[in-house]
Design a protein around this ligand. Structure first.
Ligand code: TRP
Length: 332
């Protein structure tokens, strides 16, 4: 049997090239080899968006469009909506007894996010507890592997602790997952910042039009020390060339541009125009797949309904096993 993989995203907006490089590309690869579940973690998204649930709800269908556009095949990958799987919430309640308050608050990812979001002394309990809910996500689907970026490693560690505690208390029941830390290069922002981030407005979205992509690329940061075309430019660490390396499949063109840039023989405009063309070429098959699905909203419904149905069955079976192990499988 194929090993099972679980990945997940919080629905809170559209996906960008950074998401593609960092995780979607990997999922597209993994879906052939593994039994892949992709969780649309709307309950988790609500932990810091509870004041505007419509933002979360409105992002769900767009996420499916982004997935399919990126190359995720719903016939191979099961796409599940978290809030429609109540077993996950039930598991969360049982697991809450297996962690201490101090332990969740010491979770480095949660700590960072609390700082980042400026919660101060007003951290919602639901937010602080989301690692427990994520442990429920992972174990509900009995995932063997969870592909993650480094920032999510503490979540897997916390899940493993909960699993070990559960199995030790109630008998061997839950699958202890392993993190699959691939080589997920992080894509810098168009402004050269460490990563693409919606709030910094330095993203190129998978759903951007050709014109939007061109506009974004023409506004990109390059070598700040290069004033005139004839100045010798720096390629290393230059956002425009980092993107050329990532998205331009014409390696000769890239090599030529780099050489001329270093010699002061090519202007930023040409380098950027060629980059915009390369990214648009890269996005072209995604646009085709998106267009097709977009014109068929019933198909989006079907993907969500059937994926969630399958996910629900798996999670319900886990919950049954959990209740049996805990001897609360009452037969009244
Ligand atoms: N915490 C993840 C993120 O912010 C999303 C997520 C929710 C997840 N449940 C998951 C990831 C289960 C992997 C497995 O990106």
């Amino acid at each position: 049997m194929k090993k099972r993989i679980l990945t997940g995203d919080r629905p809170s907006g559209k996906l960008h090239l950074g998401h593609f490089v960092g995780s979607l590309a990997n999922r597209v690869k993994l879906q052939d080899e593994y039994d892949q579940y992709i969780l649309i973690a709307d309950v988790q998204a609500l932990t810091d968006n509870f004041e505007n649930p419509e933002k979360v709800a409105n992002s769900v269908r767009g996420l499916v469009l982004d997935y399919v556009a990126a190359g995720i095949d719903p016939a191979k990958s099961t796409i599940v909506v978290q809030s429609m799987v109540p077993s996950i919430a039930e598991l969360t309640v049982f697991y809450m007894n297996l962690v201490t308050l101090n332990r969740v608050l010491r979770n480095p990812t949660v700590k960072d996010e609390i700082k980042q979001k400026g919660f101060g002394d007003t951290v919602p309990a639901g937010f602080a507890m989301y690692p427990v809910s994520q442990a429920a996500d992972i174990t509900a689907f009995r995932a063997n592997l969870v592909p993650v970026g480094a920032d999510q490693l503490p979540m897997i560690e916390q899940t493993r602790e909960i699993v070990r505690k559960f199995n030790q208390l109630y008998g061997e029941t839950l699958v202890e997952p392993e993190a699959l830390v691939g080589e997920f290069p992080r894509l810098i922002g168009t402004d050269g910042g460490v990563k693409m981030s919606k709030s910094l407005d330095n993203c190129i979205y998978l759903s951007d039009s050709e014109e939007e992509v061109t506009r974004r690329v023409m506004g990109m940061y390059t070598d700040p020390n290069r004033v005139r075309v004839t100045d010798q430019g720096k390629v290393e660490g230059n956002p425009v060339f980092i993107y050329h390396d990532a998205f331009n499949d014409n390696k000769e063109e890239v090599a030529d541009l780099k050489k001329r840039y270093e010699e002061g023989k090519v202007g930023d405009v040409e380098v950027k125009q060629k980059l915009a063309a390369a990214i648009n070429k890269f996005l072209a098959p995604m646009r085709t797949r998106r267009k097709k699905l977009e014109s068929n909203p019933d198909e989006i419904n079907r993907i969500l309904r059937e994926g969630t149905e399958r996910g629900k069955e798996v999670a319900e079976e886990t919950l049954r096993q959990v209740k049996t192990a805990m001897k609360i499988n009452y037969q009244f």
